[in-house]
Design a protein around this ligand. Structure first.
Ligand code: AMP
Ligand code: ZN
Length: 468
């Protein structure tokens, strides 16, 4: 499989330290608020990658952290702890906030068919490990104490900027606009491993350490949680593209200095979901969550379909119009699958040819949009209904669009026999018209559907058809 590797800036053949086994690590959410659908784009694409590796025969061990301490509002080691900010906003304790939003995150993941990683570790559950690694970095001369905090000394590295996609001067924390310089740092790129002195006296969670009562920096969490649960050699590290610097850059600095050998061979970065006014965020514009999409009548899996239609290394622009198109295509796809009959013998050669074209798409740097084309090719093919259903179920082990389940549900909801394609299509157009509050068009479409012999009924479970 060819996969773009941010470390080499090229599409490399994916290899692992132990043949057949993938040690995979994912930066988890900072649980101070709901995840927005941009965050979830990253988790959807990582889920597809994990499932494709399993589909290809790898044994995958996937580890993820939950950031419940240490992630400051600025990546320059200044600003509030995001968790504390969330707790203040809701008049709750940090641990209450962490529990609530961790559960909310996994509930969103479930709706989007994102598998829960094999191991999920909250940062607050790993303090002893952070202290062990920081102590060792101090002993080896890679860290120093200044002004009460422990810093990583980036001047001790042969190479600090390992992801070369960026211009150094654009990145250097401390020289960027809006980032306050920290006078304790020996070099502008140094970063905090352990805080005992922060400007914020009300930091709620603190632990005893050899350097005084304090709390860990954000970057050390991921290094330690991965090294403890994936072992010394990590095959694949994932995250959103904004994590590449400084977070992942700092993770590599710490882990390799601690281990004394190269740490992770492949870095997979998902590009952002943007709105037309820029990067999606929790504080700017409409706060787009899975629940909000549901309230507006969208199936979360239609959002997953929307994400899979574009490549993970292109930024993706969200608009309701784009989502409507994806939702309409998704329902049509499900309707087509629902019309298949599980009958007929399977032509082995045709089955393999179609499966190969799906595999070729995914092997080509996880080209999910081509993989979806391969799925449509199955529907168009000469395979029997039974063959098509089997192959679609096989692809959906990776795509996780719930296609077979949704088609079965649609089949069960069918009034009398199959709904003609023309009627299903008119019904989709009518749903879109209602969403846009174009009731005149919706009425017109209802009449057209009636002329074809079906009554449209609005029920609590949604729109249904009844044979006239
Ligand atoms: P956070 O909860 O802020 O730590 O972010 C969780 C994940 O979402 C990280 O991997 C981020 O890189 C990723 N992320 C943040 N914003 C976006 C966005 N607009 N589009 C896609 N991924 C994002
Ligand atoms: Zn991380």
């Amino acid at each position: 499989m060819k996969l773009y590797n941010s470390l080499t800036r090229s599409r490399d053949e994916f290899t692992t330290h132990t043949p057949g086994r993938v040690e995979m690590y994912t930066c988890g959410p900072t649980v101070y608020h709901y995840a927005h659908i941009g965050n979830l784009r990253t988790y959807i694409m990582e889920d597809v990658l994990e499932k494709y590796l399993r589909w290809s025969g790898y044994d995958v061990n996937r580890v993820m952290n939950i950031t419940d301490v240490g992630h400051l509002t600025s990546d320059g080691d200044t600003g509030d702890d995001k968790m504390l900010k969330g707790a203040k906003r809701e008049h709750k304790t940090v641990m209450e906030i962490a529990k609530f939003y961790t559960d909310a995150f996994f509930a969103d993941c479930e709706k989007l068919n994102i598998r829960k990683p094999d191991t999920v570790v909250p940062a607050t559950g790993c303090i002893g490990e952070f202290i062990k690694v920081i102590s060792s970095l101090l002993e080896k001369g890679y860290a120093y104490e200044a002004g009460g905090n422990i810093y990583f000394d980036t001047s001790k590295l042969e190479k600090y900027y390992i992801f070369n996609d960026f211009a150094e001067e654009d990145l250097a924390v401390g020289v960027r606009e809006g980032v306050e310089a920290d006078g304790n740092k020996r070099n502008k790129t140094d970063f905090v491993l352990w805080f005992t002195k922060s400007k914020f006296e009300d930091q709620e969670l603190k632990w005893e350490s050899p350097w005084g009562l304090g709390y860990p920096g954000w970057h050390i969490e991921c290094s330690c949680i991965s090294m403890k649960n994936n072992g010394e050699y990590l095959d694949l590290h994932c995250g959103g593209i904004d994590n590449a610097f400084p977070h992942h850059t700092n993770e590599v600095a710490q882990s390799e200095s601690y281990l004394g050998h190269p740490w992770c061979g492949f870095w997979f970065h998902v590009h952002h979901l943007n709105t037309d006014s820029g990067k999606m965020s929790k504080s700017k514009g409409e706060f787009l969550t899975v629940s909000l999409l549901e309230q507006k009548g969208y199936d979360p899996l239609a959002y997953r379909f929307f994400c899979l239609q574009s490549h993970y290394r292109n930024s993706l622009v969200f608009s309701y119009e784009n989502l409507d198109n994806a939702a309409a295509a998704y329902s049509k796809l499900v309707a087509r699958i629902a019309r298949l009959e599980d009958k007929g013998s399977i032509d082995g050669a045709e089955y393999s040819r179609l499966r190969e074209s799906f595999k070729a798409a995914m092997d080509n740097d996880l080209n999910t949009s081509l993989a979806i084309t391969a799925l449509y090719d199955v529907l168009k093919s000469e395979l029997s209904g039974a063959g098509k259903l089997r192959l679609i179920a096989d692809f959906d082990r990776v795509l996780s669009l719930g296609l077979i389940e949704a088609a079965k549900k649609l089949g069960a909801d069918k009034p009398d026999g199959d709904i003609p394609a023309e009627v299903s299509e008119l019904l989709e157009q009518r749903k879109a018209a209602r969403k846009e509050k174009n009731f005149a068009l919706a009425d017109e479409l209802r009449d057209k559907i009636a002329a074809l012999g079906y009554a449209v009924e609005e029920t609590r479970e949604g729109t249904k058809l009844r044979k006239l």
